[in-house]
Design a protein around this ligand. Structure first.
Ligand code: ZN
Length: 671
């Protein structure tokens, strides 16, 4: 299904201790405010995290919000929006439901200590997880049926559908019946994931069985490799990622580059809040909201902004003035975004599949470096097709089993290039390299005083580290001197590769017996082992440069990687002479025979202790760009302004200058 471009996710988790819920709701004011802000889709509430319903339920009258002044709140919201052509998917909470968890402890997730998971009884909050492997699922189906039968339902947004480590009676019985050992955490998590995937399929079948072809989405706050198994149950994807909430500014660029290759239409979801959900009476700075929405467009996502309706049901004008100021611009940009697909050079094989983290430091570090370097890239997993890419990056911690090795060797034999760093490329047992990178593993790697391997670990005072001495092409932009790597590289010996840079050891490692000054011991000048090695179409870095960049951001780590990429990819799709804060994407609209280049210049700054803000738009002037295009364009224009940009062709690249980038610029390249 195709999503709309300008959506709102309207929360309405509303306490029963507030009077007159929805009393000031005015359907006409509500819908006309949305329309004026150019909103054309809004997810709206049937059941909230408090567990209350916002319609006049006949099946569950005891669950209708006890202070609901307008029993037809949801119906009137839908009706007024439909009159104006605004879509209204319906929100139904799943695992967080205060009403159910209080009255049905037997429906709750039981943790391995035998306690009910989540918020304890004498703390504020509704974060007790319900187990969908209990009769709670039957309730959920009956409530869904009532929604489908009594309300015009464009879609259902099932919220909080996450893998839970549950030891309830139902889960334990099913684990035993299916041959899992509930005593083992790995087994419990594997069962929980499979059970949850089955739940989603079951719910989607149930909705279809009710005769509805509505949109369906299950939200876990993240889309990653683990989303693949249940993808059939979804009609589209929504990428919840509030940069001023705990997601940060790097989550969306990472997750969208994976999600957009799963074959479903997708939207971003940020918030209008200064911080995160339910930050009432707060407003995001307009440039920040612009950046977040325009970045969605640049990454080919439809836009989504989160809000929460005040308890009295009166829609907040200031919020929709803010949203309208951005969505009016989105509407103008849409013709250059509809049906667009990313054009990319590089695939980063995310470590999420092995490490389980939603934002693995290695993958996040790679995203930062590639964005700052102006590269065009996707995030892939071991099941992705590598063939569309010129370079495959294995950041820091990608174990290579025989199946993955065969796939990578096929990619290389088709002319692909490989950039491998840190412990990537080792077999899953970490006993040897399972790729021919021109190096072998030292038999006796350095260990700490407790006998643990130290390679790749950044320690508080640089206890174990070495230095890289760049030379030649790899040293571009760097002095040819030792640079600290804050961790020890993987100790390797040369085996047929060409050394591009060596690792230099310190005088000694820092421990109780010997140490020097406040941090790592300085360089002894002695070569320890090769640090960067080239063999055929592959370059190997022994240091975890991407995780390192994510944690401490040494410029030299990025320069080394970008210089190595220059060797592997001498003609990248795009180059620019702008600052590292300029973000670029290249998209293709096949039907229109054109590329659209997005240029974004917004600078998140850590001003508060816990929040990145964007307050100002800092324009860029006369940014020179070059593109490696498949053929000579007919015209290059700044859109939607429709302003012609002169260009020339030189050495197989198209060169042009964008006079001014004020936040976001789109350049249309027509063939
Ligand atoms: Zn359970």
């Amino acid at each position: 299904m195709e999503l709309r471009f300008r959506q709102i996710h309207l929360d309405f988790h509303t306490s029963e201790d507030i009077p007159d819920i929805g009393a000031k709701f005015d359907a006409e004011e509500y819908a006309s405010t949305l329309d004026k802000a150019r909103v054309n889709s809004i997810s709206t509430f049937a059941r909230c995290h408090h567990g209350w319903l916002y319609y006049d339920s006949k099946a569950f009258p005891e669950r209708v919000h006890p202070q609901l002044a307008n029993k037809n709140l949801l119906n009137e919201q839908i009706e007024a929006c439909h009159k104006r052509g605004i879509r209204v998917p319906i929100y139904i909470t799943v695992q967080w439901d205060h009403y159910s968890s209080q009255r049905h402890p037997e429906w709750c997730v039981v943790n391995p200590e035998g306690k009910l998971a989540g918020t304890p009884p004498y703390e504020a909050g509704f974060y007790r997880a319900l187990c969908v492997n209990t009769p709670f699922r039957d309730f959920l189906k009956e409530q869904t049926r009532e929604v489908l039968e009594t309300l015009p339902t464009d879609g259902i947004f099932y919220d909080i559908v996450m893998t839970q480590d549950c030891s309830c009676w139902h889960c334990k019985q099913d684990m035993l019946a299916q041959g899992y050992d509930p005593y083992r955490k790995e087994d419990r998590i594997r069962f929980a994931k499979e059970m949850l995937d089955g739940f989603k399929k079951d719910m989607t079948e149930f909705v279809r069985g009710c005769g509805s072809d509505c949109a369906i989405f299950y939200n876990a706050g993240h889309i990653g490799p683990g989303s693949r198994e249940s993808l059939d149950a979804y009609t589209h994807l929504e990428l919840e990622s509030l940069p001023s909430g705990h997601w940060g500014y790097i989550h969306f660029p990472l997750s969208v580059r994976f999600a957009r290759n799963l074959g479903l239409d997708f939207m971003g979801m940020t918030g209008k809040f200064h911080t995160s959900w339910a930050d009432f009476h707060s407003y995001k700075n307009q440039p920040a909201l612009e950046y977040e929405c325009f970045n969605m467009l640049a990454c080919n996502a439809k836009c989504g902004i989160g809000d929460q309706l005040p308890p009295d049901g009166k829609i907040d004008q200031a919020t929709y003035d803010l949203i309208g100021s951005v969505y009016r611009q989105v509407e103008e940009k849409e013709p250059w975004c509809r049906g667009a697909k990313a054009v990319t050079d590089i695939a980063v094989l995310t470590t999420e599949e092995w490490m389980g983290e939603r934002m693995p430091p290695a993958t996040a570090g790679a995203v930062l470096m590639l964005l700052e370097g102006g590269h065009q890239f996707e995030i892939v997993d071991s099941r992705s097709d590598f063939s569309p890419y010129k370079v495959l990056v294995l950041p820091d911690r990608v174990p290579v089993n025989d199946a993955l090795r065969a796939k990578i060797e096929k990619f290389l034999s088709g002319g692909g290039k490989l950039l491998v760093t840190g412990e990537s490329g080792l077999n899953p047992e970490q006993t040897a390299f399972n790729l021919d990178l021109g190096v072998t593993l030292h038999p006796n790697p350095t260990r700490d005083l407790d006998g643990n391997l130290v390679r790749g670990k950044v320690m508080p005072r640089g206890e174990y580290t070495d230095f890289v001495l760049p030379r030649g092409d790899l040293a571009k932009g760097l002095p040819e001197v030792e640079h600290v790597m804050y961790a020890k590289g993987v100790e390797v010996s040369l085996a047929g590769g060409e050394v591009l840079a060596n690792a230099i050891s310190s005088y000694f490692n820092r421990d109780w017996r010997h140490f020097c000054s406040h941090q790592h011991t300085p360089s002894s000048g002695e070569v320890a082992h090769p640090a960067i090695v080239r063999k055929g179409n592959a370059i190997y870095f022994s240091h975890p440069v991407f995780s390192l960049y994510r944690s401490l951001t040494p410029l030299w780590a990025k320069r080394l990687v970008l210089n190595a990429l220059d060797l592997l990819l001498p003609e990248p799709l795009l180059r620019h002479d702008g600052p590292s804060t300029l973000q670029t994407t290249v998209n293709e609209q096949k039907g229109e025979s054109r590329w659209v280049v997005h240029l974004l210049h917004y600078i998140p700054q850590r001003r508060g202790e816990a929040i990145d803000v964007i307050e100002d738009v800092i324009p860029l002037f006369d940014t020179a760009l070059s593109l490696k295009t498949p053929k000579k364009p007919k015209s290059i224009r700044l859109v939607p302004q429709n302003r012609e940009i002169p260009f020339e062709e030189k050495d197989g690249r198209i060169l042009f200058t964008v006079p001014k980038i004020e936040g976001h610029a789109m350049v249309e390249v027509t063939y």
